[in-house]
Every structure is written in structure tokens, then in C-alpha cells.
Write a new protein. Sequence first.
Length: 345
Amino acid sequence: MANEAWRSKLTRERKPSLARRERRLRSTPALRRMVRETTLAAEDFVYPLFVRHGRDERRPIASMPGVFQLSVDQAVVEAEHAVSLGIPAVLLFGIPESKDPIGEENFSPRGVVPQAVRAIKQAAPELVVITDVCLCEYTDHGHCGVLNAGGEDRPHPRLPEGYVLNDETLEVLDRVAVAHGEAGADMVAPSGMIDGMVGSIRTALDAAELTHVGILSYSVKYASAFYGPFREAAEGAPKFGDRKTHQMDPANAREAQRDVEEGADVLMVKPALAYLDVIRLLRDRFDAYPLAAYNVSGEYAMIKAAANGWIDERSAVLETLTAIKRAGADVIITYHAKEAAQWLK
Ligand code: PBG
């Protein structure tokens, strides 16, 4: 439309005088930067790595483009790359050689995770190494705990067959945490949502003179559909049933208190995007604790899938991560960590 055409239609006698014009501070990149409330940086990120046995292995995960199952030597390469990008920490998940009902490799000093911890610590001593502590990748049934067997002589006749046995599972988690701590992990991250896991692991670590090993607890971990791609990546999908008897109901938010009382050093909300209100709730309620949020596999996969031209990947990733930080997370566990750190350089 020519200038004159709309001018004649919009001419106003009096120029309006608005008391505030918010757009003034949005008008240039420098002004926007000056008044920005939330800034994202590489040091906010934790980069998850999936480690498996073998050498020179980088097995792609179909539902998570850019993420691989790595042999220990390749995990070391990734860890060094993370350091060079300014990322302070990695979170390790293990894929064992073989699986059994209680997941024995999980607490073996020769397990793939202790091997990776030792190798990464040797190559990059300044990197914080956190390890996932759970049973699902290691058990033949894919559940996050020891299960009540079937039949006449089942250990707990009053509990249903296949029930995730809480207290037996704690014993396994204790041993896993100690094995990881002995290998040199800085922190362990119990993710199974087993009652009492934080207190039990704290006691076990302390008894093994691993008082310096911290606990990053999945304080609020929901039974979520957004873990789908992870279960392919870590080969830890349950063979039957689901995780609703221990992971939190997505409709709830008030259950995080317990981990604080039991001695968690860092709290976590997982997943992140559908639970930004819960991140804010924990940030406000537990003032003295660092708070982590897990930008999970399904959240990553959704952006990667839409980055085929439907959305601009870089903007969508940085907007997402900024939102998680704005909601109150101090630490963001994300598969986007390397790319985001590169973009933020
Ligand atoms: C359990 C565990 C899961 C994730 C982290 N730890 C899967 C589950 O609870 O079923 C999911 C992480 C992700 O989706 O990125 N060991």
C-alpha cells in the first residue's frame, strides 16, 4: 500500500503520549542484552552419555539424532569435547554386557560405568562426572528394581507378582552407588523413584568412606511419555507393565520434601518442559538447594523431528533452554548441551 493511502485513513489529531513504551528497551540487540533477566551459558549444562562395551563404537540412536551409544574410548572423546566447550559435567548411563534379574554388572567394579568413570577422570580430571543409579538398563525385565517372583515360594506372598520390591532394591542401589563412588564419580544420581533411596545411598556412601560423593536426586520424576527415546538409547524399556507404581503421577507436585530430609545435595525435576511450574515450585520452596531440570529424550526428539524445516532448530533449542532456566533451574541436563554451548560461544 502506498504511503498516502493508509495515512489518510489513520491521521489522528493528537499524538498519544503513553507513560510507558516497553518497546524502547526492545529496539536494539544491545538494549535487549542490557535488560535481559535470564542468560544461558555452557556452564549451566550437564551432557548425558550412554556407554557400552567395546572399542571404537559409536552406535547411532534412531530416535535421537546426534546421540550415540559410545564405547569407553569414545565416551572419553566426547567428555574432552564437552570440556573444550565449557560444559562442566557429564551424566553417565551404562549398557551392560548381559542382563539378569537384579542386574549384577551394575555394582561390579568392572562394569562399563566404573570403567568409563575412571577413563574420563584420567583424561579430564576437571570434569564433574555424575552417574545414573538405577536398575532398568541392567535387569532382564527392564524394571527399576528387584521384582517379586511368581509361584508358591515367592518372597512376598502378599504383594503381587512382578511388584517392584522397595527395600530389596535399596540394597542393590547402595552397592551401585558405592561402586560408582569408588571408581571416582563426583556425584551419583538415583533415578528409580524407590522410597528411601537417597537416605539409604547416603548411609552406604558414608559407611564406605565416600562422604565426599554427592547425591543429585530425581526428587520429582514423573511417569512420563517423554522418556520413550531414552529407553531405546539405554535399552531399558520394561518388558511388561509400566513405572507408575513408583514414578510420580503427572497430576501431582507436592512430594519433593522427602529427598531434602534424606540428604540430597541437588534436587531435580524431570521432565522439564511439561513441568516448568514444578521447577518454579521447588525453586521457591527449597531455597538452599541447587535445582536441576532434565530436558529429557522425548523433548530432544520432538525438536530434532521438527527441525526438518518446520521450526528453526537453533532458536527453538535456545528458547527452550532459556525457559527452563527462567523457571528456576540452576543446572540443565540436556542432549542439546554441545550444540547449545557452541551457539552460545
Ligand atoms: C531410569 C532413567 C530414565 C531416564 C533417566 N533415567 C528412564 C525411565 O525412567 O524410564 C530418562 C531420561 C530421558 O528420557 O532422557 N534409569
